[in-house]
Design a protein around this ligand. Structure first.
Ligand code: KIV
Ligand code: NA
Length: 266
């Protein structure tokens, strides 16, 4: 099967085919997720939580993400591989670029960066230098201390308008994909309408162009904090692969996320 490219994701959005994404950190799961039909694999800094046992993603280093990116890349050829730029790498546009080159050398095809309109210059700098960028807005976990906890973002007219402006600014700067985390579902829909690049929701409602979950959350094996948007697809399935296949199907047929996984405006 042909590798999934960014233009292919754009085509999927145009065709109304939902994009199924999961996080992945190793070669064995990369092979399994590929076989189960997952379109994009994210080497998320959530590895700090689910692999390393930290309470936040802040301790995760560039070495950590590069290592796990190389592990995933050896396990698969088809899904698009996206790697997180860890906390602390956006001190300057130059530091962000150098970090991104390490992740692309390790096997990523795109890097994901957390932040709003203030990041537009950095995104433009990377895109001009041939680094495809996925932006990440809403509840950006690297900002947990600034937010005062893992809190739903974009509630209220003013906050919602600000998140829409963030999305517009990041698209204008050249971002080709946008992760939206933990916002009321009508806002997920409104952002998706406001921009033309594909949006990937996690706790952002069913109207995004695709969905992502942390692998260990959908496997039902993470003992830590379990946000409302998480669904365990493996308990009750015949096998891990059957559970992942059920996740892909539920994203494609829009039965996931349901109302029980989404946030209301107030
Ligand atoms: O690190 C991660 O797993 C993420 C996703 C939850 C979007 O950033
Ligand atoms: Na992340």
């Amino acid at each position: 099967q042909r590798p999934i490219t960014v233009p292919r994701l754009v085509q999927m959005r145009a065709d109304g085919e939902r994009i199924a994404m999961l996080t992945c950190y190793d070669a064995s799961f990369a092979t399994l997720l590929d076989r189960a039909g997952v379109d994009a694999l994210l080497i998320g800094d959530s590895l700090g939580n689910v692999l390393q046992g930290h309470q936040t993603t802040l301790p995760v280093t560039l070495d950590d993400v590069a290592y796990h990116t190389a592990c995933v890349a050896r396990g698969t050829r088809r899904p698009l591989i996206i790697s997180d730029l860890p906390f602390g790498e956006v001190a300057s546009r130059e530091s962000a670029y150098l970090a991104a080159t390490r992740l692309l050398r390790a096997g990523a095809a795109m890097v994901k960066i957390e932040g709003g309109a203030w990041l537009a210059d950095t995104v433009r700098f990377l895109v001009e230098r041939s680094i495809p960028v996925c932006a990440h807005i809403g509840l950006t976990p690297q900002s947990v201390h600034a937010f005062g906890g893992f809190k739903v973002q974009g509630r209220g007219d003013e906050a919602a308008a600000r998140v829409v402006e963030d999305a517009r600014a990041l698209e204008a700067a050249g971002a080709q994909l946008l992760v939206i985390e933990a916002v009321p579902s009508p806002l997920g829909a409104r952002i998706t309408e406001a921009i033309s690049i594909p949006t990937i929701g996690i706790g952002a409602g069913v109207d995004c162009s695709g969905q992502v979950l942390v692998l260990h959350d959908m496997l039902g094996i993470y003992a830590g904090r379990r946000p409302r948007f998480v669904k365990d697809f493996v308990s009750g399935a015949a096998s891990i692969e059957a559970g992942v296949t059920a996740y892909v199907k539920a994203v494609k047929d829009r039965s996931f996320p349901g109302p029980e996984h989404t946030f209301e405006p107030a």
